[in-house]
Write a protein that binds this ligand. Structure first.
Ligand SMILES: [Zn+2]
Length: 136
């Protein structure tokens, strides 16, 4: 397993390629099964938002098997997300955990809007998400 510093450098380099519009990691854009399909060996764990504009593998220009990604609207840490992180650390030895926030997050905006002016017609599960986000 690579060190946390190496993992961060790999992510930063991948993001630079993404921003520049360069697809340097050819494995990031294939749809076939990776060479070692029986065992995964992710070098980083990413807790990111479910927002369709921030897919971790693409914004970090990484291939299949490189990242263990947990996505939830607002990239909040509830027990299930924490358990997923612990699972990856314990089973794969991954040393880097990255929390990937982003600008113009709809979940954060909805939470702030709901705090300012509570809505009455919010689905119960969305309401739970809003509450969890507000408690962060
Ligand atoms: Zn978001």
């Amino acid at each position: 397993m690579i060190s946390a510093d190496e993992a961060l450098k790999r992510l930063q380099d991948g993001n630079k390629r993404f921003v520049a519009g360069i697809r340097g990691n050819k494995k990031a854009h294939i749809t076939s099964i990776p060479e070692n399909k029986d065992r995964q060996n992710p070098f980083a764990i990413i807790l990111g938002c479910s927002d369709s504009r921030v897919p971790a593998e693409i914004v970090f220009d990484q291939g299949m098997g490189g990242l263990f990604v947990i996505r939830v609207a607002g990239n909040i840490v509830a027990p299930s997300q924490l358990g997923s992180i612990e699972f990856a650390v314990e089973n794969f030895g991954t040393q880097s955990v990255i929390v990937l926030g982003h600008s113009s997050c709809g979940a954060v905006t909805a939470t702030l809007d709901d705090i300012k002016q509570p809505r009455t017609q919010v689905h119960s599960n969305v309401f739970l998400l809003l509450i969890e986000s507000a408690q962060q």
